[in-house]
Design a protein around this ligand. Structure first.
Ligand code: ADP
Ligand code: G3P
Length: 498
């Protein structure tokens, strides 16, 4: 009987459960889209109860497909949208507030105040991050300051904080385990990535009581066991990782210098930097890649806040497409971008600008501009932002990746993959299965459960991968990038409406 792992992938826009077999193939899957709530300008929330229900429903569906196919699922790996967090009452298990999502900007004022106080260098030295509302801490501080009684309860140890991995672990183990892994802890702005522990100094800076923080365990630890009553069978949870770090593992980037970019709701490029913390001179993030068997590996990261989220905006807000895949059809209907650029700074700009106040811009339109131009501009924007990210990594490390591995839902778009290769002027490799995040979670859990001897022995690539070779003339590439830079400059000429 083939052995397999259940990977729970709780992403920003959907919740998925996939069964990954010993040969790395996905043998069963279930998925459900997650509702996004925007209660105020700049705020983004999820309902924790919905997340929990979706996880149970998709995991049960995938497990029952595996049972029918006579596949022996031996362990669970969890991976998740990072930075998004829930605070709940330890006694009742009830969340005290909706989950505050990584895209939510409500911590911006606190971050700006702290930057004004001159503490960002020290914060970066400890956390590897920047003082930005993207990370959990400033929004956790907002929550404790805003909801009456919360700070008192947090200090009394009555409340638990958790990123989504931690929240799911807590629910799956019926409140027995309050733990996280270093790749998720490293995204809170409260974790010291050199000491690999919560930082008293950072907790004090944001006024967060350590009593609410989870225990940090290795990515391949035995986190707990799920009772049969929850998923229909008792299974150990033997792997957890934030989705971007999981994708690094899923893509087989286990050596210093290897780079992957995952195109989901946002897009995140990570370069493995081995067992040392690489410090950026260009505002890339230093983060924990994973800690396996007590050995920590680090990564440099660049963040693009809007990738697939922009495609969803075209679908849900503008209504110019009915499905994400239509962006590809539309982009192919026009010979060029017609001078139209869209800078999707809907949640500010990440690498290398880190401008939380930037707002989206659509420019260069004429009366000949139509839906195809807007859709194409959205796809092109993802490539230009990737170029800024990879260029920053090259300047920072001197390393010139001769191949960029890509994955995530948006990598289904072959037009985008080719345009990426053109704009990056580097070959782009897309695996046959773009669910690298789920694979990474399965590989971590499966090595711990004895399916594979080590991460290096996992089946991370296949000869069915597609490679997109750059084919754009250098002058044309330079012209397009110059147009993008001009459009980015316009995001700073925003109206002061807040
Ligand atoms: N063919 C496509 N072209 C463009 N975007 C796509 C395509 N297929 C999926 N997407 C986008 O990819 C995103 C989903 O990717 P996924 O990796 O599942 O994201 P997440 O893990 O953030 O929920 C969605 O935002 C969707 O709009
Ligand atoms: O939902 P994704 O896949 O875009 O990932 C979200 C990131 O983890 C946010 O840091």
């Amino acid at each position: 009987m083939m052995k397999a792992v259940l990977a729970i992938d709780q992403g920003t826009t959907s919740t998925r459960a996939l069964i990954v077999g010993q040969d790395g193939a996905i043998v069963a899957r279930a998925q459900v889209e997650l509702h996004q709530s925007y209660p105020r300008t700049g705020w983004v929330e999820h309902d924790p109860e919905t997340i929990w229900r979706d996880v149970v429903a998709t995991a049960r569906q995938a497990l029952s497909q595996a049972t029918e196919a006579e596949i022996d699922v031996v362990a669970i790996g969890i991976t998740n949208q990072r930075e998004t967090f829930v605070v709940w009452d330890r006694e009742t298990g009830r969340a005290v507030h909706p989950a505050i999502v990584w895209q939510d900007r409500r911590g911006a004022a606190l971050c700006e105040r702290l930057i004004g106080e001159g503490v960002e260098t020290e914060v970066s030295a400890r956390s590897g991050l920047l003082l930005d509302s993207y990370f959990s801490a400033s929004k956790l501080a907002w929550l404790l300051d805003t909801v009456p009684g919360l700070r008192r309860d947090a200090e009394a140890g009555k409340l638990a904080f958790g990123t989504i991995d931690t929240y799911l672990l807590w629910r799956l183990t019926d409140g027995r385990v309050h733990a996280t892994d270093p790749s998720n802890a490293a995204r809170t702005l409260l974790f010291d990535i050199a000491r690999m522990d919560w930082s008293d100094e950072l907790c004090a800076l944001f006024g967060i009581s350590r009593a609410m923080l989870p225990r940090v365990m290795d990515n391949d630890a035995l986190f707990g066991t799920v009772d049969a009553a929850v998923l229909g069978q008792a299974l150990p949870i033997t792997g957890m990782a934030g989705d971007q770090q999981a994708a690094l593992v899923g893509q087989g980037c286990l050596k210093a210098g290897q780079v992957k970019i995952t195109y989901g709701t946002g897009a995140f490029g990570l370069m493995h930097t081995g067992d040392t913390i690489s410090r950026s001179r260009h505002r890339l993030l230093s983060t924990v890649a994973y800690r396996v068997g007590g050995q920590t590996c680090y990564a440099l990261e660049g963040s693009i806040f809007v990738a697939g989220a922009g495609v969803q905006w075209l679908r849900d807000r503008l209504g110019i497409i009915a499905s994400a895949a239509e962006t590809e059809t539309l982009a192919r209907t026009i010979p060029d971008n017609g001078g139209v650029y869209l800078v999707p700074a809907f949640a500010g700009l990440g690498t290398p600008h880190w401008d939380s106040q930037a707002r989206a811009v659509l420019c260069g339109m004429t009366l000949g501009t139509g839906a195809a131009h807007v859709a194409r501009a959205m796809l092109e924007a993802v490539a230009y932002q990737s170029e800024e990210l990879i260029d920053t990594m090259r300047e920072d490390t001197g390393l010139c990746a001769d191949l960029i591995r890509i994955d995530g839902g948006m990598a289904h778009n072959a037009w985008l993959c080719q345009f990426l290769a053109d704009v990056l002027a580097t070959p782009v490799r897309r695996p046959d299965n773009v669910e690298s995040t789920a694979l990474g979670a399965a590989f971590l859990a499966g090595t711990a459960a004895g399916i594979w001897p080590s991460l290096a022995d996992t089946p991370s690539s296949s000869n069915r991968d597609a490679v997109f070779e750059p084919a754009l003339a250098a002058a044309e590439r330079a012209r397009l990038i110059a147009g993008w830079r001009d459009a980015v400059a316009r995001t700073r000429h925003r109206a002061n409406v807040e």
